[in-house]
Design a protein around this ligand. Structure first.
Ligand SMILES: *Cc1c(COP(=O)(O)O)cnc(C)c1O
Length: 852
């Protein structure tokens, strides 16, 4: 269909324009299109983090010293220019202009929305300069840079909202003429202007909207939204393991999904495409070859659940009033109060005496203060109850009403989870349940399992994210077990299952951590793997042991009787008084992770050294159940309670020598530990005797091909920075998973294979009795048929154990070859929280441990 006049409008986000590598990806995508004669119109965002930085600069200019942050913003761009080999003076004038604007704010001590929009627009204006200059070096035709504000004009029929304007998008002869001679055009997302040429913004996710406007104005052949995910899935693939790629959606469904929380595409971007019938393609810069999702005007005749989406961290306002509802105008009065406070509402449900609404979290950020003021005014008319931390979970699909009978069984899960608000869209595109945030993962997973996974395949459902990753996984790195197949096979000669550990890998992992020079001491979390040979490697590598029970402490003391006690650290949770007494008796350092022991039994700590475990209240981690921080967690002392401990600490002469924080498991953000270090260092000022800051464990490992590994040098860099600010403290860490996970595999023989409708079950000799993590947290483990590594994977297997429990699954939708009884199946990354959690459930002995 392409002809030499047709335009493809391509939108790229902040990450795509933040490094030379990513710009090369953009250049490659453009070249491929040019080779087919397609004209390319690129719309892109500011470099990652720049919009937030500009926003905070405005705040700083208004109040205090903005220069350091301004300088950081410039450094970030200068570093990018150097990386990309562009002239270092490219943006000098732009920097100076921003400086003048900020000085202006500083001088006036106030900032209008108009000036705010102008400042916020700088990020995009700078990045298209970089983009044009760089693409010019990569392409052998000229790259035409437009100022988006010359073509996107705010609709002024209402008051112009400078921060979130709407624009006209009918075909634009002037734009078409301007680019008549060009084949590659580049322009900014997010920004537009008024008829007076004042800069306006298009609100959150505005770059998607800009791209859609340009596509409509150009009457483009297609709009492509390039992201870092391969398309829209039936659920968030990070949340639901077997979420599947949706190959096709119609505009209404896509709109609904975007509005209901699917983050791939901004909902406002769909209308312009729909009005002009331009198909929208969602594609991934990571896998440019994957087809992704196409959004167009296909009509599906029958009802089908397409997706389970969720909007998390939303706020509900419930309003009670006896008998007021029948009064004419009551609702109007209520909603006019919302209007007065500029708070927009998303879901509404009403009854005789109650009206409950959820606040729209997609297009607005409502401050705590705004909510307070709103509630104050509302309470003049009714009783008001505010509920934070809710999630709106939606079942999305056209004609959901027509298939209620089919989805009814799924609702039994709401027996367990309280529903605060239920709403059904008049458009018949969704059913939404508002529940507590903390339950949303479980509810989403269960609904997906019942409504999508267990439904017959349909041609619009593509592969799972995992399968897409599997394709790449074949070429990512080697694993120790690939060279040890003979030994592994030998091990399984006289047993059906075994945990096999590779001790050299334990050593290697410890050495990686030892390269973080900012860290003084490393303690291996014994609970992740207590195998004596594994512990011996740690012992011989001169690191310490983090223990959570007196059992673990005794285990270490038995194995290494002459160990220096300072190499053992005790971090119990809700342990009994006698356990603390026994540990103190042994001269082992410990943390208190509640104020109870100090308040109730202060005498046992008299004159002793203790650490206090702080609740950092940032729950990061790969799964709800292993998030060991945050309000719903049983771990740690809230920072605000620490101060109250002062009198007891003084009275009993207790030495608070350290602070401790541990916020969950599987963290892959390099900066996480520096955040903890900073938080603890700031908190440490409360206690004069603090010498050590224990930053916890949680070091994640790469489990899926798309994840990026932790980089020790980056972790070090971020910690060194904190250390230079707070040189008085020693920094400690206590990783478990990072040291032990990839050193162990679970290998088990196939007992039976069963095909049940379109499910291919591979049964193993052992299951959740050996490896509980998948059943307990839904954790993901790569699984291979070791006996048939080279065979083509023609099935999507559900790998199960022999335990009489429906959660006894080690993996679902695993690409697998045709498998036979007696084959050896290998489950990766089973060295941490594997054998240590095994049970005798069903009176089946779990797999034994073997070291090689
Ligand atoms: C479990 C635990 C760790 C180790 O966590 P990993 O995710 O395995 O690194 C560290 N510190 C404490 C207090 C723990 O409970």
């Amino acid at each position: 269909m392409s002809n030499s006049n047709s335009w493809h409008v391509l939108k790229f986000g902040g990450t795509s324009v933040s490094s030379r590598d990513n710009w090369n990806t953009i250049a490659a995508i453009i070249k491929r299109k040019r080779a087919k004669g397609i004209r390319v119109f690129v719309v892109h965002s500011a470099v990652s983090t720049v919009s937030n930085r500009l926003e905070s600069l405005i705040g700083l200019a208004d109040g205090g010293d903005y220069r350091p942050s301004y300088q950081q913003l410039i450094t970030l761009h200068q570093e990018l220019l150097v990386e990309m080999g562009l002239p270092e003076t490219l943006l000098d004038q732009q920097y100076a202009y921003l400086k003048r604007l900020l000085d202006g704010i500083h001088l006036l001590g106030e900032v209008s929305d108009r000036v705010r929009a102008l400042i916020m627009s700088q990020g995009e204006l700078w990045s298209t300069r970089i983009g044009q200059a760089y693409l010019q070096t990569q392409l052998d035709e000229s790259v035409n840079r437009l100022d988006a504000r010359d073509f996107l004009k705010a609709n002024e029929s209402y008051d112009v909202d400078y921060l979130c304007a709407n624009c006209d998008y009918s075909p634009d002869g002037s734009l078409i003429r301007t680019v008549e001679e060009s084949s590659v055009v580049i322009t900014q997302g997010f920004i537009a202007s008024t008829s007076e040429d004042e800069t306006v913004l298009l609100g959150r996710g505005g770059s998607d909207t800009s791209a859609a406007y340009f596509a409509a104005k150009l009457e483009a052949e297609r709009l492509e939204i390039w992201t870092d995910v391969p398309g829209i899935f039936t659920a968030n693939p990070n949340q639901v393991n077997n979420a599947r790629l949706l190959k096709e959606l119609n505009y209404d469904e896509a709109q609904e999904m975007a509005s209901a929380g699917a983050k791939v595409l901004h909902p406002r971007a769909i209308r312009p495409a729909q009005a002009t019938k331009i198909p929208v393609y969602i594609r991934s810069t990571i896998d440019p070859d994957i087809e992704g999702t196409i959004i167009n005007d296909v009509e599906n005749r029958w009802g089908m659940v397409k997706a389970i989406t969720a909007k998390e961290h939303i706020t509900l306002i419930s309003m009670e009033s006896q008998g007021m509802w029948q009064q004419a105008g009551f609702l109007a009065d209520i909603f006019s109060i919302f209007k007065q406070h500029q708070v927009s509402v998303d879901l509404v449900s009403t009854s005789e005496t109650n009206i409950t609404v959820s606040l729209d979290s997609l297009t607005q950020v409502v401050s705590e203060k705004q909510i307070k003021n709103l509630a104050k005014d509302l309470s003049k008319m009714c009783r008001v109850n505010i509920m934070h931390d809710c999630s709106a979970v939606s079942i999305v699909g056209k004609n959901v009403r027509a298939i209620l009978h089919k989805i009814a069984p799924a609702f039994s899960i709401f027996e367990t989870y309280k529903v605060y608000l239920l709403s059904q869209a008049a458009s018949d595109l969704n059913l939404t349940f508002v529940i507590d945030d903390e339950h949303s993962n479980k509810v989403i997973t269960a609904l997906h399992e019942l409504l999508i996974t267990n439904n017959p395949n349909s041609e619009i459902l593509g592969p799972t994210a995992k399968e897409l990753k599997q394709v790449e996984q074949t070429d990512t790195g080697s694993r120790w077990w690939q060279d040890k197949q003979q030994e592994i096979t030998q091990c399984l000669k006289d047993r059906d299952s075994a945990y096999i550990y590779h001790l050299d890998s334990v050593k290697q992992n410890i050495q990686n951590l030892q390269s973080i020079s900012a860290i003084e001491r490393i303690f291996f979390a014994v609970k992740s793997n207590n195998n004596p040979d594994v512990l011996k490697v740690a012992y011989e590598s001169d690191i310490g042991f983090e223990t959570v029970s007196s059992g673990e402490v005794d285990h270490i003391l038995n194995l290494f009787p002459s160990i220096d006690k300072s190499r053992i650290f005790f971090t119990p949770n809700f342990a009994a008084r006698h356990e603390y007494e026994a540990i103190l008796e042994k001269g082992i350092r410990l943390t208190l992770d509640s104020t109870y022991p100090i308040r109730q039994w202060p005498e046992i700590f008299r004159g002793k050294d203790v650490f206090l475990r702080v609740d950092p209240n940032i729950g990061k981690g790969h799964h709800e159940n292993v998030r060991t921080a945050g309000a719903t967690s049983k771990f740690g002392i809230p920072i605000y309670e620490l101060e109250d401990l002062q009198p007891v600490i003084e009275e009993y002469d207790i030495n608070v020598v350290g602070l401790h924080a541990h916020a969950g498991s599987g963290i892959l953000t390099n900066e996480h530990w520096a955040e903890h270090a900073r938080l603890l260092a700031e908190t440490a000022a409360l206690f004069s005797g603090v010498k050590y800051l224990n930053l916890g464990g949680g070091f994640g490992i790469k489990e899926r091909a798309q994840q990026s590994e932790l980089t020790m040098s980056q972790i070090d860099k971020s910690l060194q920075k904190v250390k230079s600010e707070y040189p008085q403290y020693e920094l400690w860490i206590e990783p478990g998973r990072y040291i032990s996970a990839n050193t162990g595999v679970l290998v088990s023989k196939v007992t039976q294979v069963k095909q049940k409708q379109n499910y291919y079950y591979v049964g193993l000799s052992t299951g959740m009795n050996s490896l509980m993590r998948p059943a307990l947290y839904g954790s993901y483990h790569n699984i291979v048929n070791l006996s048939r590594l080279e065979q083509t994977k023609e099935h999507l297997a559900t790998v199960v154990g022999p335990i009489c429990e429906s959660t006894d699954k080690l993996g679902v939708e695993i690409p697998f070859p045709e498998t036979l009884e007696g084959d050896l199946v290998l489950i990766e990354n089973a060295g941490a929280y594997g054998h240590v959690m095994s049970t005798q459930y069903n009176m089946r002995k779990p797999a034994e441990e073997v070291c090689i």
